[in-house]
Design a protein around this ligand. Structure first.
Ligand code: ARG
Length: 480
C-alpha cells in the first residue's frame, strides 16, 4: 500500500477554488477521500442555474458590470451545453462547483474568477441540493401516483370479489378485494402529503449566506428567491449553511414509502403463494429459477420489500451525522447527498416496478371465495343475536360454542344441525342462514370506511378524485 500517500506535487496543477495559503497542497490520498464529484456531478444543472442568478445578483450589487454579468451568463450557458452534450468530469475535479468553475475559465477566461465573489460553496451546495430536491420530490410524487393508479385500477376490476381479511395473519372477517387493495392506496396518499411538506421545507433559499456569516455585498436575495423559484429566504446564515432538515424529511418520507411498499409487496407475495393462490403473477416482473423449472418468483416485489431497509439505513445515517455536529457547515455534511440520491434513485426504480408488477397480477376470485370459511362469519352471528336482543357478551359466548362444535366435528358452521344453534342460544331462528353468508357479512358494513359495497364504491370514487388533478411541476428544469 506504499502508493497510497502520493506526494502532493502530483496534484498541484489541478483547478481548485482554494490553495493560496497552502504550500505543497493535498495528497492524492486526501483528494481521494475529499473529492465528491462522483456523487455531486448530477447537481450541475442546478449549480449552473444558481450561478447564473448569482451573476445577475452581483451586477445588481454593483460588483460586476452588466457586460461582465452577461459574459458570465453566456459562459455558464456554454458550460451547460458541454455538460449536456456528455462532457465528463476529470478525476482531479474536487466537486461539481469546482468542475463548473474550471469549465467556465476554459470558456471565458479570467472574468470567470469574478463569479465566486461573495459566495461560498457552503451556501452554493445547500442551494443546489435544495433545487435538486424540489424537482426530485416532484418526480417521486409522480411515481407514487402511478402506483396509486395501479391499485385503483385493480380495485375497480375486482370490486365485487370477496376475500378474507386477516388480523394476526389469521382469517378474520370477509371483505371485498377492492377494500383490501385500497387499504394500500391511502398510506401512499399520506406519503404524497409528506413529500409536499418536504418540498416546502426544501424551498427556502440559502444563497446569500456566504460561508456562514452572510454576504458582504448588497445582493438582492429577494431577486434570487424569485429567479430560482424558492418560496422563502433563510432567516439566519449560520443555520442556512447547515440546515439539512429538508433532506431528513425526504429520507423519512422515503422510509415510509419503503415501509408501505414492503407491506404491499409482502401481501402480494403471500397471496401469490400456492397455499393462498389469490394472486397470479405475470411475466414482466418475475424471474425463473436456474434449477427448478416450475418457478416464477416475484423478484420485483421482494426487491421492493428489501429496499425499505436501505431507506431506513439512509435516514439513520443522515440523522446520526447531524446529531454529532457543531453549528454551521462541517464537511461531514458532504455525505448528505449520498443518502438523498440513493433513497431517491432506489424509489424511482422500485415504485414503477411495483406499479407494473401489480398491474399484471390476476386476482383469482374463486380462490378468494373458497378461503371464506364459515367460522369467519362468527362475528356476524354474534351481531345477529344482538339484533334480536342479546347482549354482545352473551352472543359472543354462544357463537364461541358453535365454533368449538364446528372445529371438533369438522363440520362447517352452515352445515351444523339447526338444533345446535338453538341449543347455543334461544334467539337463533330459521333466518340464521343469512348471517352465515359472506355477501351478507360484507353488506352489513356500509359505515364510512367499511367494506360494504356502497361504502367501497364511495371509496373508489374518493380515490379517483384524489388522482384527478395532474401534478403541476414546480420547476421546468427537471434534469437529474
Ligand atoms: N462538496 C462540498 C459538499 O458537498 C461543497 C461544500 C464545501 N465547503 C467547504 N467549506 N469545503 O458539502
Amino acid at each position: 500500500m506504499s502508493d497510497v500517500i502520493t506526494p502532493a506535487v502530483e496534484v498541484k496543477k489541478s483547478h481548485k477554488l482554494w490553495g493560496g495559503r497552502f504550500g505543497t497542497g493535498p495528497t492524492a490520498a486526501f483528494d481521494a477521500l475529499n473529492n465528491s464529484i462522483g456523487i455531486d456531478f448530477r447537481l450541475w444543472p442546478y449549480d449552473i442555474r444558481l450561478s447564473k442568478a448569482w451573476a445577475v445578483a452581483l451586477w445588481g450589487a454593483n460588483v460586476l458590470t452588466l457586460d461582465e454579468s452577461k459574459e458570465l451568463e453566456r459562459g455558464l450557458d456554454a458550460v451547460a451545453a458541454r455538460l449536456d452534450a456528455g462532457e465528463q468530469p476529470q478525476a482531479s475535479d474536487e466537486d461539481v462547483h469546482t468542475l463548473i468553475d474550471r469549465l467556465l475559465h476554459e470558456e471565458i477566461g479570467d472574468v470567470a474568477s469574478k463569479l465566486h465573489t461573495g459566495r461560498s460553496r457552503n451556501d452554493q451546495v445547500a442551494t443546489a441540493t435544495r433545487l435538486w430536491t424540489m424537482d426530485a420530490t416532484q418526480r417521486l410524487d409522480s411515481a407514487v401516483r402511478m402506483l396509486q393508479q395501479s391499485l385503483l385500477d385493480q380495485a375497480t376490476t375486482v370490486e365485487t370479489a370477496l376475500m378474507p381479511s386477516y388480523t394476526h395473519l389469521q382469517r378474520a372477517i370477509p371483505v371485498s378485494a377492492a377494500h383490501w387493495l385500497l387499504s394500500h392506496f391511502w398510506p401512499l396518499e399520506r406519503d404524497r402529503a409528506r413529500l409536499k411538506a418536504a418540498q416546502r421545507s426544501a424551498a427556502v433559499l440559502p444563497l446569500g449566506s456566504g460561508a456562514v456569516a452572510g454576504c458582504a455585498y448588497p445582493i438582492s436575495r429577494v431577486l434570487l428567491q424569485g429567479t430560482l423559484g424558492f418560496d422563502a429566504i433563510s432567516p439566519n446564515s449560520i443555520d442556512a449553511v447547515s440546515d439539512r432538515d429538508f433532506i431528513a424529511e425526504v429520507l423519512f418520507t422515503s422510509t415510509m414509502i419503503g415501509v408501505h411498499l414492503s407491506r404491499l409487496a409482502e401481501d402480494l407475495i403471500i397471496y401469490g403463494s400456492s397455499e393462498f393462490g389469490f394472486v397470479q403473477f405475470g411475466e414482466g416482473y418475475t424471474s425463473g429459477s436456474s434449477m427448478m423449472p416450475q418457478k416464477r418468483n416475484p423478484d420485483a416485489l421482494e426487491l421492493a420489500r428489501g429496499s425499505a431497509a436501505r431507506m431506513l439505513g439512509n435516514l439513520t445515517s443522515l440523522l446520526a451525522t447531524l446529531k454529532g455536529l457543531p453549528s454551521s457547515y462541517n464537511k461531514d455534511l458532504q455525505d448528505d447527498k449520498r443518502t438523498l440520491f440513493d433513497a431517491t434513485d432506489t424509489l424511482l426504480l422500485v415504485l414503477p416496478a411495483v406499479a407494473g408488477a401489480l398491474a399484471e397480477c390476476t386476482f383469482r376470485r374463486d380462490r378468494m371465495q373458497s378461503a371464506l370459511s364459515s367460522t369467519m362469519m362468527a362475528t356476524d352471528l354474534a351481531d345477529y343475536l344482538v339484533r334480536k336482543g342479546a347482549t354482545f357478551r352473551e352472543a359472543h359466548g354462544a357463537v364461541g360454542k358453535l365454533v368449538r362444535e364446528s372445529e371438533s366435528t369438522g363440520v362447517e358452521m352452515q352445515s351444523l344441525p339447526f338444533a345446535s344453534f338453538t341449543a347455543a342460544h334461544r334467539l337463533f331462528a330459521a333466518d340464521v342462514s343469512d348471517a352465515l353468508s359472506p355477501a351478507q357479512s360484507v353488506a352489513h358494513r356500509e359505515v364510512e370506511g367499511g367494506t360494504g359495497p356502497v361504502a367501497v364504491r364511495a371509496q373508489i370514487e374518493a380515490a379517483r378524485v384524489v388522482l384527478l388533478p395532474p401534478p403541476t411541476p414546480r420547476s421546468s428544469n427537471a434534469a437529474v
